[in-house]
Design a protein around this ligand. Structure first.
Ligand SMILES: [Zn+2]
Length: 275
């Protein structure tokens, strides 16, 4: 069976951006859950598109909304990078070449997420499931969610996509795991014949994992389906927050940001780790 990208069976969009008011309000009344995809452009080797992380996060959110109800919030398409352990990683797997990377400082992304949560609650959502296609900084995203929830009685769940299948499918970067995911979702964005360029191309390895040759669409489907099932469980488990809530102003949310800021030294992506 062919899956129609981002729509339910009869062709109704599930993305907030693609919904008209009538359908938005109906979907919201049926299940006031927002799925918020996060990703970025970054090197994924020679065979795969830069946007792998964003593409899979949007796909997981689209499918969850289409199958289980809810609406996909506008994505956050730039992500935390170039600080903390990420800078070490970049040096290791990309080296001196231009990574063509969509990185932002952690505080910019964290603060954006906080106010995106405000947007979701003000729009009427009573649970938010954040799915990050980029793995690594989700501890910082969860910190934002925790501080937000101290102010606003609406559950917010944050998971990176490898976390959704931890213990079942080992995650990686631009290797068997990630290329399989993309081969399943958007096969036209993968060209497996380019994998061996790591040895001859001026870009070098470009963050490609050595086991990328083992990627298959079938394995990708297993991963993705397990992740969608896990998102369903998380949304069911999270439940829904208080129905009647006042509209939150920017100022209403600032105390949560102040609390996040106070914990800056313990942020996962804080500072520039060396070595
Ligand atoms: Zn990735």
């Amino acid at each position: 069976m062919m899956t129609v990208y981002g729509t339910v069976g009869h062709g109704e969009p599930v993305r907030w951006a693609e919904l008209k008011p009538e359908e938005f309000l109906r979907r919201l009344a049926e299940r006031p859950v927002a799925y918020l995809p996060m990703g970025m452009v970054e090197p994924h080797g020679h065979a795969a598109a830069f946007g792998l992380d964003m593409i899979k996060a949007e796909y997981l959110c689209d499918e969850a909304a289409a199958r289980f109800g809810g609406i996909v919030a506008p994505p956050q398409a730039y992500h935390i990078h170039e600080t903390g352990f990420h800078s070490v990683w970049l040096e290791e797997v990309v080296g001196e070449v231009n990574p063509r990377l969509g990185g932002l400082p952690p505080d910019v992304v964290m603060r954006s997420l906080l106010f995106q949560l405000r947007v979701c609650v003000n729009a009427g959502f009573r649970a938010v499931i954040v799915v990050s296609g980029q793995n690594g900084a989700q501890g910082d995203l969860r910190l934002v969610a925790e501080e937000f929830m101290k102010l606003v009685p609406v559950p917010v769940v944050v998971r990176s996509d490898p976390e959704l299948v931890r213990g079942t499918f080992p995650g990686d970067h631009a290797g068997r795991y990630e290329l399989s995911q993309l081969l399943h979702i958007r096969p036209e964005l993968v060209d497996m014949s380019r994998l061996d360029r790591v040895n001859s191309d001026p870009l070098g390895r470009f963050a490609q994992n050595p086991d990328a040759h083992e990627a298959t669409a079938e394995y990708g489907e297993q991963i993705i389906e397990a992740q969608i099932a896990q998102i369903r469980g998380l949304a069911d488990e999270a439940g829904l927050g208080t129905a009647d809530l006042p509209t939150l102003s920017f100022d209403d949310v600032e105390p949560a940001w102040a609390a996040v800021e106070r914990q800056r030294p313990s942020w996962v992506s804080y500072g520039s780790v060396s070595g």
